[in-house]
Design a binder for this molecule. Structure first.
Ligand code: SF4
Length: 358
């Protein structure tokens, strides 16, 4: 250990002790709670996560409660938080921990890392914060801070750059407070060394920061320019039965948004009109014929890798009994019963519309 590494540690930990936020998952060493918080915080703001974290732990206070729940129940509590693969992985991993580890998360990084859905970062966070193991946990905030501290001019998402930053974080890690140090590095990135306008004058590492010394902190970390996201035109049908019930379908578990419910429909193909697309998609998904009666609404939404425009139509069942051909399951429900199911964000807007009008 060089004296500068020792100083960097001390400066960061002193800053963290004085400035850390009082968050619901701080102050616990319960590995299950830390795991839930870390998964929820992936790609999601702290202020968004807090109410979901509280609600999730009220409903599933211990890992065995989560493992015993149905995926539908888990997705319903997760509804609105997005990136639903996280909820499916949490649930599947909880069941695996029950079967293989007696319901307790393993206390070693190497064993945690072998569980499905636990990457380097999450395994490192649980091992260091809950169990005090001296391993790094380097998220996007920590990577940005280190890239600036060391003035890294390589593209940050390159595997070699990621490995190098993880090695540097390991070298800095104090083995008497690994969990605090990991959290301090992320907290510095969240509060001070922010993506835009970093507050270098308030930073405990200002005097050692190479990017600051060179005046390039705003230019780092380097990222490859993003190409424009593809756009898809999508249709969905609100299919009514004469008794006032509407048809919903559950997405297959391995699909994007798997396990969530939706109004049937899908992507338009070349040359198709919107009603033609909807009739084809509903037939392929459920084996029924519908008549498209009128437009209900049009919604736009951006996912991580693409954008959609969703055209929603009111439809009538013409013939056939639904079958789960291109979906996991289906139900006829009243507009009020729609609240019992977990829907993606665009379908939730349709649910709201139907419930306001019923
Ligand atoms: S001095 Fe500025 S750029 Fe460097 S680590 Fe601190 S906040 Fe980030």
């Amino acid at each position: 250990m060089t004296s500068s590494e020792s100083e960097l540690r001390q400066q960061l930990l002193s800053w963290y002790d004085a400035h850390r936020r009082d968050l619901p998952w701080r102050g616990t060493r319960d590995p299950y709670r830390i795991w839930v918080s870390e998964v929820m915080l992936q790609q999601t703001q702290v202020s968004t996560v807090i109410p979901y974290y509280d609600a999730f732990l009220r409903r599933f206070p211990k890992l065995p409660d989560l493992a015993a729940a149905s995926l539908d129940e888990v997705l319903k509590v997760w509804q609105g938080l997005g990136y639903y693969a996280r909820a499916r992985n949490l649930h599947a991993t909880a069941q695996r921990v029950m079967a293989e580890h007696g319901g307790c998360l393993p206390d070693r990084y190497a064993v945690l890392r072998r569980l499905p859905g636990l990457g380097d970062y999450t395994a490192g966070a649980i091992a260091s914060i809950a169990f005090g193991e001296c391993v790094p946990a380097v998220d996007a905030n920590a990577r940005r801070v280190l890239a600036r501290l060391l003035a890294i001019r390589e593209e940050i998402a390159q595997p070699a750059t990621l490995r190098y930053l993880r090695d540097r974080a390991s070298a800095l890690l104090p083995c008497d407070r690994p969990g605090d140090f990991n959290q301090a590095l992320m907290e510095l990135g969240a509060l001070i060394c922010t993506p835009k306008n970093p507050r270098c004058t308030d930073c405990p590492w200002q005097m050692s920061c190479q990017a600051y010394a060179q005046g390039i902190q705003e230019l780092l970390p380097l990222r490859r320019a993003r190409s424009a996201l593809p756009h898809f035109t999508v249709t969905a049908g609100v299919i009514w039965r004469p008794d006032g019930r509407v048809l919903i379908a559950q997405r297959k578990p391995d699909a994007m948004l798997g396990g969530l419910w939706e109004f049937p429909g899908g992507k338009c193909q070349n040359g198709e009109t919107l009603p033609e697309c909807l009739c084809r998609e509903v037939y392929e998904e459920l084996g029924i014929e519908v008549a498209v009666e009128r437009p209900l609404t049009t919604l736009r939404h951006g996912y991580t890798h693409f954008r959609i425009t969703l055209h929603v139509f009111v439809c009538r069942l013409v013939s056939g009994e639904p079958q789960a051909i291109g979906c996991a399951s289906w139900r006829w429900v009243t507009p009020q019963e729609l609240s019992d199911y977990a829907f993606p964000v665009t379908d939730r807007k349709v649910v709201k519309l139907l419930q306001e009008r019923s």
